[in-house]
Design a protein around this ligand. Structure first.
Ligand SMILES: Nc1ncnc2c1ncn2[C@@H]1O[C@H](COP(=O)(O)OP(=O)(O)OP(=O)(O)O)[C@@H](O)[C@H]1O
Ligand SMILES: [Mg+2]
Length: 500
């Protein structure tokens, strides 16, 4: 029996079996609003656009449509027909983001019931096409009146300061909230725009800023014009200021069937608050591979079985450029995940850097740094929270570095009149405040504007020096003696600095 299965069986005929048109309903089902819009934005970038506007349109308080407008090269009659064709692949240049000939249709019908595309090459007439989801399985596409298409398109292109480009419009978006309550729409918008900014900022972080700008806004079609636009900022998952460990990042060389694929191993500094590290969630979710294709991040995070996800590996991230390895990595149609062949994982496991560091050594380095920083963090004495007087960023830094002493309220550092006294500060344990003598303020500001959070360096130094006298049950003799010595030294310094 088993032997028979191994034998090739003769072919007697080849039949062509076209898909059932109903299959069209299934395309793009694993898209969501953010991955769907990313697919449209990819198309704008492939068309060489430098400005892209994503616009939500509200009518009578409810969201109705969504536009993506770009100042790219636009399309003529032939190209727009190809664009509307499901699965029509074009000749892709080496650096194209497109690949399947599906994105525009799959992304659009995953979210909306009607897709309209208006486009125009510079100096040419506009063209317009529309497909309704209900007709998608019959492959029917409406050709729109060029004059009217041109008028609508011109108004849209004005927003990206161009006379050529493309407008993609989604109507009857199924994922928009249907409630008429404006607070629900507002909440949906702020949540969706935040997710979009993070997703686009991350996937396109290498492209944004230098070559391309993306803005998002909301327009009330009843009047009032567009609200304040928000610009998508790049979110760099390798954007630390200093590497967590001195000899990193390191290139590890993977031997794949005799060819060398270089991957870059990074170690983040511990406890970073940067958005590129946190990625809007728990710090341990960011570890793993970051797969790039033509400078677009396809999939971020996860070890694909080359390691197991573990809190202690939270500082480890590996950059992999799959652009030149199409046979080694498959990408899904939504361009949100990468499936490496087993050979890749095997090659990673035996990868080594020039200095002999193996993949295993790298993971051990990242793990070691995390554990060491955790130990340091744990043995630090808790301190009071910094309150009024300290800028938010300094408060945050204190909070990140020290465990918090919960026994008392936040320590405030504030200026006040000392009337006759010339002491620099006063410890007021009752109101949890370190008062600073106002007579020195102007001199120390040296022409800068004062405010509650002024002079952060002086205040941070004072916090680090004197915070512990506010803790504990009593202002003991040691605290008193310390405070007296600081008072003498700081008052002399303040007088010197301000010429009093
Ligand atoms: N904004 C645009 N500007 C110019 N041409 C566009 C634009 N959007 C789509 N096109 C054209 O339509 C074609 C089809 O787009 P679609 O996203 O469906 O497939 P693709 O980009 O070729 O591949 P993929 O499925 O990987 O995205 C593109 O190849 C491009 O020629
Ligand atoms: Mg595409």
């Amino acid at each position: 029996m088993t032997e028979n299965v191994l034998h090739a069986i003769d072919t007697i005929e080849v039949k062509r079996l076209p898909p059932d048109p109903d299959v069209m309903k299934a395309i793009g089902l694993s898209h969501d609003m953010t991955t769907g819009l990313a697919d449209l934005v990819d198309n704008c970038i492939d068309a060489n656009a430098s400005k892209i506007l994503i616009r939500f349109i509200r009518i009578g308080g409810r969201l109705r449509s969504l536009l993506v407008i770009d100042n790219g090269r636009g399309m003529g009659d032939k190209r727009i027909d190809a664009a509307m064709t499901v699965g029509r692949r074009r000749d892709y240049k080496g650096d194209s983001l497109g690949h399947f000939g599906m994105g525009l249709k799959a992304a659009s019908f995953s979210q909306a019931d009607t897709l309209t595309v208006l486009s125009k090459k510079r100096g040419r007439l506009a063209v317009g096409r529309r497909i309704k989801r209900a007709h998608v399985q019959d492959f029917l596409c409406e050709v729109l009146d060029p004059g009217q298409s041109g008028e609508d398109l011109e108004a849209a292109l004005f927003e990206v300061e161009a006379d050529g480009g493309t407008l993609v419009k989604w109507d009857n978006v199924r994922t928009f909230p249907t409630a008429t309550d404006p607070t629900i729409t507002d909440e949906y918008l702020s949540h969706t725009i935040n997710r979009l900014r993070l997703h686009l900022g991350l996937t396109l972080h290498r492209i944004l800023g230098t070559k391309v700008s993306i803005t998002i806004d909301v327009t009330d079609a009843d009047g009032g014009g567009p609200g304040a636009p928000s610009t998508v900022q790049s979110v760099d998952p390798f954007g630390y200021k200093r590497s967590g460990k001195a000899s990193y990042p390191k290139d590890l060389i993977c031997d794949v069937g005799g060819e060398r694929l270089s991957i870059t191993a990074h170690i983040w500094p511990p406890r970073s608050e940067a958005l590129g590290f946190r990625l809007g969630g728990d710090p341990s979710i960011g570890q793993g591979f970051y797969f790039y294709r033509n400078n677009r991040l396809i999939e971020a995070r996860g070890w694909k079985n080359a390691a197991s996800t573990n809190r202690r590996l939270q500082l480890a991230r590996v950059e992999v450029d799959i652009s030149n390895w199409p046979e080694l990595f498959d990408i899904n149609m939504e361009k949100s995940s990468v499936h490496p062949r087993p050979e890749f994982i095997q090659a990673v496991e035996s990868a080594v850097a020039k200095d002999g560091t193996s993949f295993e050594d790298y993971l051990a380095d990242a793990d070691g740094l995390y554990r060491e920083s955790n130990r340091r963090g744990r043995t630090r004495q808790p301190v009071l929270e910094a309150g009024t007087g300290m800028p938010a960023k300094v408060r945050k830094a204190i909070q990140v570095e020290y465990p918090r002493d919960e026994s008392r309220a936040a320590l405030e550092i504030r200026w006040t009149d000392f009337y006759d006294g010339d002491e620099f500060f006063e410890v007021d344990r009752e109101s949890n405040t370190l008062w600073l003598n106002k007579i020195y303020r102007k001199g120390m500001l040296a022409g800068r504007r004062g405010g509650v959070n002024d002079l952060p360096v002086v205040k941070a130094l004072l916090f680090l020096l004197a915070e512990d006298v506010f803790r504990g049950a009593a202002f003991g003799p040691r605290d008193k003696d310390n405070a007296a010595a600081w008072q003498a030294v700081l008052t002399a310094a303040a007088k010197e600095e301000t010429g009093k």
